[in-house]
Design a protein around this ligand. Structure first.
Ligand code: 2E7
Ligand code: F3S
Length: 316
């Protein structure tokens, strides 16, 4: 039987960003330098395939620094950590390497700078996400007010409405965040912030590519993990931009073929923590069932690279 034709729109950019690339390399270099086991606090990036691969090489993933022994190195995940974490590591005289994405460290510095200048910080982010916990944890407990929605803006209590600044999580929806920033500026006209928000280049570019293809696709699949904030935002952006069926899949065996019955086009992208091998696995699964024509939808070219320290040194 001949296979039905399918146009497969492939988003570009998609998949690994520079911060993910750097964080994974840091774990690999640490394993080479110090041998196994090397401890990693939290999933280095939110992807089971990546984490399982590093675990096979000798990385041990824990949620709490308390579960790391003093005599083995520990790496902090790409999402960043509250100040209390390196402080505890230093106090226990542990060897640690910080794999926080440099774009997150930049936000940490911003929050501290505003606070030193006497401004109270508002953070736009998702409660409980490690990046939000890490950024809020740059300042003493209770210093940073979290807002997740425009409705939250109406409810928050601040010390002085004329002395406020905001920062954001780097992986938020561009459009939803613009609404929250607008609500903040409407209620607190003096609030200080970045030019727009702190959403990173990778988040921005992946959302743009999804918007460009969403209307042409009968369905869209985002390769990524359920705990990956940026991947989940891509699913939402696809749906909002007009794609009737927008779904997250961890890998090919997650695809709900029944739900896809009758499609003639599919859009595929991947979150910043999803490896390209999984994208290829998904494409191959479509090739097995359809006569696939791939069309790349390229809305940006990325050439961002973050340096990995050539020699990993334990902090003094
Ligand atoms: C670090 C940061 O690991 P991810 O899925 O993380 P999110 O934050 O999207 O859940 O993706 C890579 C990454 C993105 N942002 C890592 Cl701060
Ligand atoms: Fe960094 Fe953005 Fe990736 S904050 S880890 S470059 S998704």
């Amino acid at each position: 039987m001949s296979k039905p034709p399918l146009t497969l729109y492939l988003a570009a950019p998609r998949g690994f960003c520079a911060g993910v690339d750097r964080a994974i390399k840091i774990v690999e270099m640490a394993l080479q330098k110090w041998g196994a086991p090397v401890y990693v606090r939290h999933e280095i990036v939110h992807n089971k395939f990546v984490v399982d691969g590093l675990r096979d090489k000798g990385a041990v993933f824990v949620e709490d620094l308390k579960d790391c022994p003093e005599d083995r190195p520990v790496i902090f995940s790409a999402h960043g950590v509250p100040k209390s974490v390196p402080a505890e590591a230093a106090q226990r005289q542990m060897v640690y390497v910080d794999a926080t994405c440099p774009l997150v460290s930049k936000v940490h510095i911003e929050a501290q700078r505003h606070s030193e200048n006497g401004l109270q910080m508002v953070m736009i982010g998702h409660a409980g996400h490690p990046e939000t916990i890490g950024t809020m944890g740059q300042l003493p407990e209770g210093e940073v007010v979290l807002v997740e929605t425009p409705e939250d803006v109406a409810k928050i209590e601040v010390r002085n409405p004329d002395k406020l600044a905001y920062v954001t999580q780097t992986t938020l929806s561009i459009d939803d965040t613009a609404d929250i920033v607008a609500a903040l500026q409407a209620r607190f006209p003096a609030i200080v912030g970045p030019h727009k928000e702190d959403i990173c280049y990778a988040t921005t570019n992946r959302q743009e590519a999804v918007k460009a293809m969403a209307q042409n696709c009968d369905a869209m699949l985002v390769v990524g993990a359920p705990n990956s904030s940026n991947s989940r935002r891509l699913v939402e952006v696809g749906a909002k931009a007009g794609c009737r069926y927008s779904q997250l899949v961890q890998r090919a065996d997650n695809i709900d073929w029944r739900a896809l019955e009758g499609i003639t086009s599919i859009g595929i992208t991947a979150g910043a923590s999803a490896p390209e091998v999984l994208v290829n696995e998904v494409i191959d699964a479509f090739r097995a069932r359809y006569e696939v024509t791939v069309e790349t939808v390229q809305t940006a070219v990325e050439n961002v690279e973050f340096k990995v320290p050539r020699v990993l040194r334990a902090p003094a």
